[in-house]
Design a protein around this ligand. Structure first.
Ligand SMILES: C[S@@+](CC[C@H](N)C(=O)[O-])C[C@H]1O[C@@H](n2cnc3c(N)ncnc32)[C@H](O)[C@@H]1O
Length: 291
């Protein structure tokens, strides 16, 4: 009898992502292995830099800065992420969001109002949401790749001053996991609600949305995080989960924001799923009222 070759079961890595869900044109220049390596290495360097910063080791911070630049910096990371969105090995996550909010958009068809969407971490002006006539998108990114994307750090975006500065929905697709600082991730989630409004008169009792996409491994294979922990955090921030889709690589969620449900709770880093092969992804939420 011949011995069957056994495939070793590796734990899911955070850099593996993207299901096939779009007809977008392929960007064939990078192999999927190269794409994964660039994404993984960028995340690792940001994480190492964050740790060096916490230790006030400024020479290491500078050294890592140079290493990031030598690897092509944020631009090369964005190219790798875009490749992940291409037909060959990925998908445009906004297709999922669009599918979920179609009934809402249907209600806007007979009105002149549009669903105002803030897309944080936008890599393209041509995704499915951008092509929908009932959505009015504002796109921002730390490093803008196109004229239709405003170069802006969401964490520094000025808080709304009048009703035009609010949004009916925010998309955070593969952005939260990009934030290297675990407290910063909590701050990012908290900050979203300050930009959301339920003021959409054409729809009775409209409630604003948050569309969240993360690598599945963040919730399925982390020592310090889980779907339940994410649900607890989002509930404390006033969100109710409407939709969820989990693939081998990504978790997509649609949340509805209710300001009256907000009850700030502190969530610290704690071991939820022990295991040597797990990753360390987590989100810390501090009760500091710093919205
Ligand atoms: C992996 S890409 C994801 C892009 C796209 N949303 C997607 O789903 O494929 C992450 C993007 O988020 C951007 N980003 C991360 N933190 C941000 C912040 N605080 N403000 C604006 N953009 C941010 C990065 O510059 C990067 O282009």
């Amino acid at each position: 009898m011949t011995a069957k070759k056994r495939r070793s079961k590796r734990p899911a890595l955070l850099s593996h992502s993207r299901p096939r869900i779009t007809k977008q044109a392929a960007i064939p220049s990078l192999s999927s292995k190269a794409t994964r390596n660039i994404i993984r290495s960028h995340h690792q360097l940001l994480k190492a830099q964050e740790a060096a910063l916490a230790r006030k080791d400024l020479s290491l911070v500078e050294k890592i800065d140079k290493e990031i630049a030598a690897n092509g910096g944020l631009e090369s990371y964005q190219l790798a992420s875009k490749t992940g969105q291409s037909l060959e090995r990925g998908g445009d996550s906004s297709v999922v969001f669009l599918d979920w909010i179609r009934p809402t958009l249907k209600q806007l068809e007979k009105s002149s109002q549009r669903l105002k969407l803030l897309e944080v971490g936008a890599l393209s002006t041509k995704n499915a949401c951008s092509r929908n006539p009932f959505i009015d998108i504002t796109r921002i990114d730390l490093n803008s790749q196109e004229p239709g994307i405003l170069q802006q750090d969401f964490m520094k975006r000025p808080f709304p001053k009048d009703k035009h500065d609010y949004f009916h929905a925010i998309s955070l697709s593969l952005v939260l996991n990009f934030v290297p600082n675990v407290v910063g991730r909590g701050e990012m989630l908290k900050r979203c609600s300050s930009f959301l409004t339920s003021d959409l008169p054409s729809i009775t009792n409209f409630t604003p949305y948050l569309f969240l996409v993360l690598p599945a491994a963040c919730v399925s294979n982390s020592r310090y995080f889980s779907r339940e922990r994410l649900l607890d955090i989002m509930s404390s921030l006033g969100y109710i989960q409407l939709q969820e889709k989990i693939t081998n690589k990504l978790i997509y969620q649609l949340w509805e924001y209710h300001a009256d449900l907000y009850r700030m709770v502190t969530f610290r880093k704690e071991e939820l799923n022990p295991g040597k092969t797990r990753n360390n992804f987590t989100v810390i939420l501090n009760d500091n009222n710093a919205n």
